[in-house]
Design a protein around this ligand. Sequence first.
Ligand SMILES: *[C@@H]1O[C@H](CO)[C@@H](O)[C@H](O)[C@H]1NC(C)=O
Ligand SMILES: *[C@@H]1O[C@H](CO)[C@@H](O)[C@H](O)[C@H]1NC(C)=O
Ligand SMILES: *[C@@H]1O[C@H](CO)[C@@H](O)[C@H](O)[C@H]1NC(C)=O
Ligand SMILES: *[C@@H]1O[C@H](CO)[C@@H](O)[C@H](O)[C@H]1NC(C)=O
Length: 287
Amino acid sequence: MSSKAVALVSAFIALGALNQVAAQNCACGFVDSNNNVWRESIVSIFTQNAGALAAVNADWRIASDSGVSVSNTGFIGTRQYISQNIFQWNNALGIKTSAYTGDNVIRTGEIDTLREDILYGTFRMVAQVPSVPGVVFGFFTYINDSQEQDIEFLSSDPTYYQTVHYTNQPGNVNGNADPQATKDVNITGADFTFFKEHRIDWLSTQTMYYFNQTLQTTITKNVPTTPSLVILNVWSNGDPFFSQGPPTQDAIATIQNVHLYFNSTSFSEAAFNTACVDAGRPAQCPI
Ligand SMILES: *[C@@H]1O[C@H](CO)[C@@H](O)[C@H](O)[C@H]1NC(C)=O
Ligand SMILES: *[C@@H]1O[C@H](CO)[C@@H](O)[C@H](O)[C@H]1NC(C)=O
Ligand SMILES: *[C@@H]1O[C@H](CO)[C@@H](O)[C@H](O)[C@H]1NC(C)=O
Ligand SMILES: *[C@@H]1O[C@H](CO)[C@@H](O)[C@H](O)[C@H]1NC(C)=O
């Protein structure tokens, strides 16, 4: 390599380092494609060299319980979240429901943000849906069953690779689907078995659901108003009308990354404004 080339490479490295510093200094927050400003972020890159589980352990809790009865669905037995169902998979993060062994236990997987104080934000994951029938793959905000916004993929849907269920819970009224709160969307031409971005924008008056940077639907009913956590899971309870299953083979969702940009009840607007001034008012980071 000539000395000129070395100098050029060094310049590029220096520029790269500078860019990185600039990218990291988001003390004045993040601005999204709709000009919404968010004060905080959690970025989980499951493809990083340190491994997917290192990114999980930094910001998420791996669900684990001793099992709950799901016999009301007709499946005689329990559904149990186990930590082994969160794992390094294909250079990314795997979340699975295990192949059913016939022992009356459906073994499922889930990660929850450690933060439970998230109030409004834009939440994005790049993922591949499971293709083994009999599970639900969920990406959602949650604090209780009536403060919840869901993206759900049902691997038993005939066109599971392009059908998505968007719901602001409760999605039912008197036992019937509420068309204002839950929308089943077929996206012609989409293939969710490829890595693509799925996104929930939680605003105070509406929830906007996106696929591949394109708005699919807006729901204004049942918009949550309470600080929440963000969850990813793959589960089944044998319900013949929803998850179906349990799956006869491991049903695995593969997640490359999750980007959460949000406001919280722990970091006030006043504290944020002070932090921004103290940092010398760097430009907002575009997301
Ligand atoms: C969910 O949380 C909201 C806000 O705290 C509360 O008003 C509501 O009663 C809760 N609902 C359930 C089903 O627990
Ligand atoms: C989506 O496509 C499936 C399969 O063609 C069909 O059964 C279902 O009714 C469609 N749903 C909507 C909401 O269009
Ligand atoms: C995703 O968006 C890109 C850019 O707009 C577009 O070229 C591509 O066709 C889209 N893919 C799908 C599967 O919708
Ligand atoms: C989030 O915080 C920013 C900066 O404090 C504020 O401008 C914005 O209105 C907040 N968004 C929501 C939906 O409350």
